[in-house]
Design a binder for this molecule. Sequence first.
Ligand code: PHE
Length: 449
Amino acid sequence: MKEKRTGFATRLGAIAATVGSAVGLGNIWRFPYQAGDNGGGAYILVYLLCVVLLGIPIMMSEFIIGRSTHKSMKGAVQELTPGSPFKIFSYVGVLGALLICGYYSVVCGWVIEYLWNSADGSLLGHTPEQYGDMFGALVGTPQRCVLWTLLFLLLNFLVLSRGIQKGVERMANIMMPLLFILLIVFCVNSLLLPGSMKGMDFLFNPKFEDLGWKGVVDAMGQAFMSLSLGVTCLITYSSYFNDDSRLMKDAVTISALDTLVAILSGIVIFPAVFSFGLEPNAGPKLIFEILPTIFQQMPGGVIWSVLFFVLLFFASITSTISLSEIPITFMIDEYKMSRVKALIITAVLMTTVAVLSALSFSTLSDVKLFGKNIFDFLDYVGPNIFMLLGGLVTAIYVGCFLKKEIIHNQLTNGGKYRSSFVQPYIIFCLRFIAPVAIIIIFLYYTGIF
Ligand code: PHE
């Protein structure tokens, strides 16, 4: 039996939930470590360009597809362009979401351990080197890693089983603004550290020689990851939007807030990295080494640290909820499954990927895919292949194959608002910039760059 598709209760609720999807570990954990690995300033510049030239237009495209049909990708493409082969990409989205959510939940598990240790007072009071060792001990202990990951997934699916409206909306409404305020407090704190300006210089002074084509592709993948693009997540979410939501304004607001959170996270992390004499290119462990070092020199460090990890937990769970919603809505729409059944199947698949990823620093550390362990492989392939290609294909679909009236109607709510330069701008980006991006990526992967 097909269940009735419920909308978000308010327009603000819909935006808050979409911001909840966008803002997560991608901004706070992945963005700083990627920036650190790719030389800082130049990476950030390319990242910003990617948000403006690709991110916002593709976000609008996903909104157009979802809201015009109130269906997830496959059904939507069938309705908008009957017989079009683009519907195949709905499977890419579902697979991408399962893989990304799988490894992402492992990082969420680490967040819970850090929250736990903050609360019982054992996190603070160590040297930066000891924080490196503590992180190594956590990921190297299979039971700990798997248990936290499973606990996280259990919570994730508990929220989902209560239905999209109650679960997602209520949490996102309260937690996102709080996280924002906390990041600003931490920024001020980091900027007041001795030697903090070296970190700002690293972050905002572009040195293109440190970037390379790898950095360009990473920045593109990260922009898509952070804005939740390319795996049909925003198509799924916007299929729940009400018809009076304003797609242009919402896409710009959401992208701006998301980018702001990423930049603020960079301003929290890098001044501290340089002030404490640490290395900016520590990879995925970066924030787990730096943040405790920052918290412990703040008055009332324990409280800051608990509060931060609680909020990071909520930012993460609103993202995993949106990722889980992709296969769930897909199965409900395509196979007329009940929500409960779709939820159980999704939970089993995601848990399997998550457990394998959680073990990739210990029991399964010898399992290598293209020279990377399972976790690092998924962290690479998810954003840099699934999201990038999914997003760029969406761009070409909307830019070249969707009727102009549909785009216009959706952007202006049937002529109620003016789209002025926005429509030509996004069509230009979708038709011309997206294919150029695909060519760059293709040349990069085939080793020509
Ligand atoms: N955007 C989320 C983040 O930055 C991750 C995500 C990707 C969520 C894709 C949904 C879909 O953490």
